[in-house]
Each structure stands twice: as structure tokens, then as C-alpha cells.
Design a protein around this ligand. Sequence first.
Ligand SMILES: N[C@@H](CCC[C@H](N)C(=O)O)C(=O)O
Length: 289
Amino acid sequence: MSTRIAFLKGHGTENDFVIVPDPENVIDLPSAAVAALCDRRAGIGGDGLLHVVRSSAHPEARDMAAEAEWFMDYRNGDGSIAEMCGNGTRVFARYLQRAGYVTEGDFSIATRGGVKPMHIAKDGDVTTGMGKALLPEGDVTVSVGERSWPARNVNMGNPHAVAFVDDLAHAGDLYSPPPCGPAGAYPEGVNVEFVVDRGPGHVAMRVHERGAGETRSCGTGACAVAVAAARRDGADPAVTGTRATYTVDVPGGTLVITEWPDGRIEMTGPAVIVAEGEIDTEWLENATR
Ligand SMILES: N[C@@H](CCC[C@H](N)C(=O)O)C(=O)O
């Protein structure tokens, strides 16, 4: 018998998500179902899926329940699981606000990358406390066709390779990820950012996301870019003792990233819910057969 599952659709700087509210964690979402829902032609369409679950109801989040009532069970569009999604946190917060679970101001959400402090401002923009970046040592190279660039390895809970290039067209439609797999720098795969300068404290990027292909924005990617740019520019806050703020243009809009001397990173940007509806479970079952 066909039943219905409620969903919403939202985006943050055009990084778009299918949102599935499931407070008690009763909806089965295997990777094939996520991929079917995120399919842009046969499904709803999205770069990823935000499964909204009470932390107390999810085995991966129970130990965070005292700090954060809600867990962002994030999935990439191909159905794979990722540790963190920066744009996803803002859209997740907007959904919680719309559903009446939170109001403007401060609260926290749980993610696989830990508890993230959130702030919804009066002007509607949402700020995520993204935590600290890790900068694993080691040379990384990003290639597109015949061209290669050295890249900075930045971990924002999830892995990133940041390459500064002369022209964003270099990002191309096809690229070869840096060595992945057990022997490579990125055993779990990687998100790759191509970056150009726009002016002091201002850069633009394109991104090829692990599990989604090229997307219009990536919040963790924008943070990785700001961290790499600050080191390149001699503006590492841990060294200068002052915060570093970068405006990061992405194809789908603009994010503002601030890194503080203690290493904490904040990301501010928009979050929009564009639609809501119902998923036909009979369709979903057929789509995943
Ligand atoms: N778009 C996201 C990142 C989503 C996860 C990523 N594709 C991965 O696999 O690590 C963002 O806004 O951070």
C-alpha cells in the first residue's frame, strides 16, 4: 500500500537539499533511496539530503543529545554518508525555525562532525560555528586534463583539497581527484576547491564535491578556502593574533568566513526553504529495486 513521507526542498547559496523530517528516526533511508530522491530527473533533485532526527533517537547522535536536540544525518546526492555539510547546517536550522522547533537566536545542532553552535540573525542570515580546521601535512596535487596544481589539504570534519588557480575555468567539467583510496592522501575521497583572488580578503571558488559532482556552493569548502588563503596571505590568526575574514564568492552566492585566533571558524550565509510536499513510498520502493 502506498503511503506518504513529508519532505521539503531548500538551498544555501544554491547548494540544494531534500529535507526529510523524521524526529523519531523511523524512516528507512538506504543509500539507494537517497540517490533516487536526489536524482534531478527521476526524483526530487538535490546535491544532498538532510535527514532531520532527534539526537536521542539516532545511534550516532545519542551522546550529543544533552547539547543538541536535533541531529543532521547528512547524505550526499549519491547516497554516501558525509561527516559534515556547512550549507546543510544553515538549511537544517531554517527548517527547524520554520517547523517551530527553534526561534531566532542561538541553539546547537548535532552532526557527525560534532555539535555545531548556530545563530539565526534578525536579518535571516544563519551563522554556523564550524569548529577548527585541521591542516594535515603532505603534498597534494589537483589535476584537470593535462594541467596540475599544488593544493592545500584542509580538513573541516570532511576532507578538502584547495588549489589556487589563475582562472576558475581551469576547474573544467572533468577533473581527476587527488589520489584517493587506502594508499592515497584521501582514503575516504575528497572535495576539491578551485580558487581565484578577487581582492584583499575576497576570493571566488568552484567546487567538485565528493558524492555530488560540481555544485553551486560548499560551506565546508568555503571554510577550507578561507583557511588556506589566510595561510597563503600571512594572515593566519594563530600567528597574527587577530581574526581573518574572507568573503568567498561561490557560483550560487556569497559566504562570509571568519577564523579567530583560537582557531574557531564561523560561516555566515543565507538559507532558504523553497517547497514542501509528499514522497510516494510506492514510487520510492520501485525506484530503489
Ligand atoms: N556541500 C557541503 C558538503 C557536503 C559533504 C561533502 N560532499 C563530502 O562528502 O564531504 C557543504 O556545504 O559543506
